[in-house]
Design a protein around this ligand. Structure first.
Ligand code: HAM
Length: 425
C-alpha cells in the first residue's frame, strides 16, 4: 500500500478518461461559443460572504462549504459552484450587458461521497447577465439541450418550472410551511428538521414516508403573479418552437436559494435513481444586487461533467479520448535521429512519440504496437548511414524506405496531412 491515497470524494482522472474530459469541454465550448458566449476563469476561492448568498438554509452553505481562515485572517471558501463568483465578478468589473460567459472547472462540496457525488467535481456552464427576456431563458436551455445531443445522449429529460418573483416565492413558502406543519406527524424526522430551515427543501425529499404528504402539498402554480406566469408561458412557447421536449414539474425547486422565475434540470434516465441530475440552472435576478452590484437580472446553468460522463458510459456514447499517435519512432542507433525526427514531425503538426534508454529493436517495436500509433519510423544503422528511415504501416505491416528529407511528405501520404504548429520565428 502506498503511504497516501486520494481523499474521500476525490479521484485521479487518469488517461484515457482525462482526454475524454477535455473532449467534452471542447464539445461544450463549440456549442456555447456558437451563440456568442466567451470564456471566463474566476478564482477557485473567494471571500466566504460571496457564497453565503447561495442561501443560509441550503446544505451547500450550512453543511458542505470548504471554508477556512487564511494566513492573513480572511475567511475564504473554495467555490461550491460558479454562479455566485461570476456575479461577484460582474459587480466588480461592470462589463457591458448582456454579458454572456461560459466556464469550466472544479467545485468543492463536503458531501457524502458516493457514485456520481464527489467532494471535488467539475462543471461546465454558462451565465448571462443583464436581460429578463424569457426567450433568453429559452436560448440558455436550448444550448444545454444541444450539448447533450452533441454528446450523442438520448437518455436526457428536461424538467422546467417557475418559482415566481420574490414575493410569489415568499407567499408560496408561507403556504408550504403551513401545510407541512399541519402534516408534520406524517413526515420523516429529517424532513421535519428541514421544514424548520426551509419548507421548499422538503419537496426535494426522496424518502418514501414523505411521498404522500408532498403529493398533497400546494404547488407554486397557484402563487405566480401575472408577470411571472406570462414569463413562464413564453419560456414554454419558446421551447415548443424549438421542438425541445420538456415536462413542467411543479415540484422542481432546485437546491440553491437564489432562483426566481425559471428553473430547470436535465436528468438522465440512464443513471441510477440517487444521482440522476446531469445539470440544472435557472434565473437569479436578485443575486448581483445581493453581492453589492447594480440590479441586474441573470440566467444560466451548470452541467456536472463527472455525472454526464457516467451517463454517457451507461448509454455507451461519447467514447472519445485523446487522438491516437500518428507515429512512433524506433531508433536502435545512438538516438539522435529519433531526437531530430520527432522534433521535426511535431513541428509539422504530427503526434509523435519515441522510446528512450537505448532498448532493443524488439522491445521498442512492442512499445510502438502498444502505443496505438499508425506508423512506426524505424532507424537502424543502415538507415542512419543513408540519412533515411523505414516507414512501417502498423495496420498493414507494409514498409518502405524513405529519405529523412522526404519524411513529412511520406508520413502525410500514410496518415493524412497535418497543420504545422506555429513557430516563434
Ligand atoms: P447544481 O444543481 O448545484 O447547480 O449543480 C449543477 C450540476 O452539477 C448537478 O446537476 C450535477 O450534475 C453536478 N453536481 C452538483 N454537485 C455534485 C457533486 N457533489 N458531485 C458530482 N456532481 C455534482 C449549480 O451549481 C448552479 N450554479 C447552476 C446554475 C448556473 N444556476 C444558474 N446558473
Amino acid at each position: 500500500m502506498p503511504s497516501f491515497q486520494t481523499s474521500p470524494g476525490t479521484r485521479d482522472i487518469l488517461p484515457p478518461q482525462a482526454g475524454r474530459w477535455r473532449a467534452l469541454n471542447a464539445v461544450f465550448a463549440g456549442v456555447v461559443e456558437s451563440a456568442g458566449f466567451e470564456c471566463v476563469i474566476p478564482p477557485m476561492f473567494e471571500d466566504l460572504g460571496v457564497f453565503l448568498r447561495l442561501g443560509d438554509a441550503t446544505d451547500v452553505v450550512t453543511k458542505e462549504m470548504y471554508d477556512f481562515e487564511d494566513k492573513g485572517g480572511r475567511r475564504v471558501a473554495l467555490r461550491p459552484e460558479h454562479t455566485a463568483g461570476i456575479c461577484r465578478s460582474f459587480a466588480q468589473h461592470r462589463p457591458t450587458t448582456p454579458w454572456k460567459v461560459w466556464y469550466s472547472g472544479s467545485n468543492f462540496r463536503y458531501e457524502k461521497a458516493q457514485a456520481g457525488r464527489y467532494r471535488q467535481f467539475d462543471q461546465v456552464g454558462i451565465e448571462v447577465l443583464g436581460s429578463t427576456d424569457a426567450l433568453l431563458d429559452v436560448e440558455v436551455i436550448s444550448l444545454g439541450w444541444r450539448f447533450f445531443q452533441e454528446l450523442g445522449m438520448s437518455s436526457v429529460l428536461l424538467m422546467v418550472n417557475s418559482l415566481g418573483d420574490l414575493a410569489d416565492r415568499e407567499r408560496y413558502i408561507d403556504a408550504l410551511r403551513a401545510y407541512f406543519v399541519t402534516h408534520s406527524e406524517s413526515l420523516s424526522a429529517e424532513s421535519r428538521a428541514t421544514l424548520e430551515r426551509n419548507p421548499l427543501r422538503v419537496l426535494d425529499s426522496k424518502r418514501p414516508q414523505d411521498k404522500s404528504v408532498i403529493a398533497g402539498a400546494p404547488t407554486i402554480n397557484d402563487f405566480l403573479s401575472d408577470e411571472a406566469r406570462e414569463h413562464f408561458s413564453l419560456v414554454c412557447r419558446g421551447l415548443d418552437q424549438l421542438s425541445i421536449p420538456y415536462a413542467v414539474n411543479t415540484g422542481l425547486v432546485r437546491g440553491l436559494d437564489y432562483y426566481q422565475r425559471t428553473v430547470f434540470e436535465f436528468v438522465s434516465t440512464a443513471l441510477d435513481s440517487a444521482q440522476t441530475a446531469v445539470g440544472g440552472g435557472g434565473r437569479y435576478d436578485g443575486l448581483v444586487e445581493d453581492l453589492g452590484g447594480p440590479a441586474t437580472p441573470g440566467v444560466g446553468f451548470a452541467m456536472g461533467v463527472d455525472r454526464t460522463l457516467l451517463a454517457c458510459d451507461a448509454e455507451g456514447v461519447f467514447l472519445a479520448g485523446d487522438a491516437p499517435l500518428d507515429a512512433f519512432i524506433i531508433d536502435v542507433t545512438d538516438g539522435f535521429a529519433a531526437l531530430r525526427i520527432a522534433d521535426r514531425l511535431r513541428a509539422a503538426g504530427f503526434r509523435v512519440d519515441r522510446a528512450f534508454d537505448g532498448r532493443s529493436m524488439k522491445a521498442q517495436m512492442k512499445v510502438a504496437d502498444r502505443s496505438g500509433a499508425q506508423v512506426a519510423i524505424i532507424i537502424g544503422s543502415d538507415e542512419a548511414a543513408a540519412h533515411s528511415c523505414t516507414l512501417r504501416d502498423l495496420g498493414t505491416s507494409e514498409q518502405r524506405l524513405v529519405l529523412e528529407a522526404d519524411l513529412v511528405e511520406n508520413l502525410s501520404a500514410l496518415v493524412g496531412s497535418r497543420t504545422p504548429r506555429r513557430t516563434t520565428s
